[in-house]
Design a protein around this ligand. Structure first.
Ligand SMILES: Cc1cc2nc3c(=O)[nH]c(=O)nc-3n(C[C@H](O)[C@H](O)[C@H](O)COP(=O)(O)OP(=O)(O)OC[C@H]3O[C@@H](n4cnc5c(N)ncnc54)[C@H](O)[C@@H]3O)c2cc1C
Length: 480
């Protein structure tokens, strides 16, 4: 490698740092990606693409439209990690919000999706815009109740059959919404990134390596790192902080100020033997966050596994789980019991207790789901939220010092805009040229074989002690 090549250090191989590495590797820079875990994308989980932000009625239309655009870009970059199944949005009868309140936003999203397709046909990743969403009145759902569930649904009505058969229709409002918000498979995306970045000639992948100290000398960043008790010191021209909930620790090392929060949350993996032969849509039962009636999220995986969220304090959220930084440090301090979970493990008792509460939470609406059991340890972690608004869903990156980018995504789909903003900063600083960005090379890289991704995703599941079934798409794989 030539000495003139710009050397970039990325601290953190979560979805933010790995996506930045993937996109910047299409330029002429040399990248070193430091990740303290033995594999990439091992931080907090993600299962939902949020293509329109329909899970969050409380956020602005502007954030929803941005999430839609960013989700299209994300689905195009990571096609192997997208599960093409729609999402049902049901409002419980006790909700003061009505479907008619959600309609204006859905219509805006639909028009924007159509416009994005008119701009570029490759944006048509969520099907035809005319069916971006569909409303179902009670009579239509009642009519679907008597139909047999279909192994692989092809039409919107076929997707609705399991919902119609198993949901207690007395407990929800009508119409119910079916929207093309798809699922994401973090193990498949992690696998794709491991395969791409490991093979890339200008990416040095340093797994099981912790960055311990950072200094600045003139225009150079000096990074000290440790790999299995071996210390190393290296110089870089540009530093990307993609340390997730530990971003504040790196901010402290480079001496910048900030305002942020960190939140610990968990989702639970259940197995429902009764339901392993046909596919389900994802189902959202809306509710007020942090109350006993908080949103319930029912996310299908293959072989009868269902990932569950309940936005109450005894399921997904935790008392004391949302903390802010202080003037003394950029790193918000999570109570030790959360750090224990992240760095060591969960007790089996707590896994069972919280998973059973999650099952009960969803069984309020799907009564037969009470027979589900604990399927695996929870999917969990802490994430950062920049600023002081805990409902913020769209954020990308900040540049608080010269040659220093601080990634601060909240949703994974923001990682592409985040990476492009970093590329613009590198161009502004004269560290690379716009003309060297090679999208063709990226497209070739995207053609990794599905079977290789599946194999690598299974390895990740095994390493992290999750069932191999979580490495598979629900909806059969696209052949390439
Ligand atoms: C329960 C839950 C459910 C969620 N569901 C969704 C969802 O459905 N959709 C969605 O879009 N988002 C979801 N999120 C949010 C999403 O998980 C996060 O926004 C995203 O994973 C953050 O990615 P990141 O790369 O910024 O951070 P991380 O994934 O945390 O990556 C940071 C990495 O930096 C490494 N690191 C830190 N310090 C150092 C150091 N000093 N040296 C070396 N390495 C270091 C860490 O080991 C880590 O791997 C969810 C979050 C939670 C908690």
């Amino acid at each position: 490698m030539s000495n003139k090549q710009t050397k970039i250090a990325i601290v953190g191989g979560g979805i933010a740092g790995s996506t930045a590495a993937l996109l910047l590797s299409q330029t002429d820079v040399e990248i070193t990606l430091f990740e303290k875990a033995p594999s990439l994308v091992s931080g907090p989980p993600f299962c939902h693409l949020h293509a329109g932000g329909n899970l969050y009625p409380e956020i602005s239309d502007e954030q929803c439209l941005t999430l839609l655009k960013q989700s299209i870009d994300f689905a195009r970059l990571y096609p192997h990690g997208v599960d093409h199944r729609p999402t049902v949005i049901a409002l419980p009868e006790y909700c003061s919000r009505r479907t008619k309140h959600l309609l204006p936003r859905l219509q805006k999203l639909q028009a924007y999706y159509k416009a994005l397709i008119e701009e570029d046909m490759k944006n048509k990743v969520f099907g035809d815009p005319s069916v971006y969403f569909k409303l179902y009145e009670r009579a239509q759902i009642e009519a679907l109740k008597d139909k047999e569930p279909v192994t692989i649904p092809k039409t919107l009505d076929e997707w609705m059959i399991p919902f119609a058969k198993e949901t207690d229709l007395e407990k929800i409002q009508f119409p119910v919404i079916l929207v093309q918000e798809y699922g994401l498979n973090l193990f498949r995306i992690g696998a794709r990134l491991m395969l791409s970045l490991d093979a890339h000639p200008s990416v040095n992948l340093r797994l099981s390596t912790t960055v311990t100290q950072i200094e600045k000398e003139e225009a150079q960043w000096i990074l000290h790192s440790n790999t299995q008790n071996r210390d190393r010191t290296e110089n870089f021209d540009y530093l990307i902080n993609a340390a997730g909930y530990q971003t504040g620790k790196i901010d402290d090392m480079v001496n910048v100020s900030c305002q942020r929060m960190v939140e610990f949350k968990a989702a639970y993996v259940s197995q429902w033997a009764h339901e392993s032969t046909h596919l389900w849509p994802e189902i959202i039962f809306q509710g007020e966050r942090g109350t006993p009636r908080g949103m319930g999220q029912f996310t299908p995986y293959p072989h009868g596994y269902f990932q569950l969220h309940g936005m109450t304090k005894n399921i997904t959220l935790y008392e004391g789980g949302l903390v802010a930084n202080t003037a003394l440090s950029c790193q918000p301090k999570l109570p030790q019991n959360f750090i224990e979970k992240i760095e060591n493990s969960w007790s089996w008792e707590e896994t069972v207790e919280r998973t059973e509460k999650a099952i009960e939470h969803l069984a309020r609406f799907i009564p037969s789901f009470t027979t589900a059991k604990v399927g695996a340890k929870p999917l969990f972690g802490a994430q950062q939220i920049p600023g002081t608004d805990p409902t913020l869903r769209v954020a990308e990156v900040a540049f608080p010092r010269s040659r220093y980018a601080r990634c601060e995504i909240v949703k994974v789909s923001s990682t592409i805009d985040m990476s492009h903003a970093i590329l613009d900063d590198l161009i502004r600083q004269g560290l690379t040229k716009a003309s060297v960005y090679n999208t063709m090379a990226l497209e070739t890289m995207q053609k990794i074989k599905e079977e290789n991704i599946t194999k690598q995703a299974e390895v990740l599941c095994q390493m992290r002690e999750y069932p191999k079934a979580l490495a598979h798409r629900c909806v059969p794989e696209i052949s390439n």
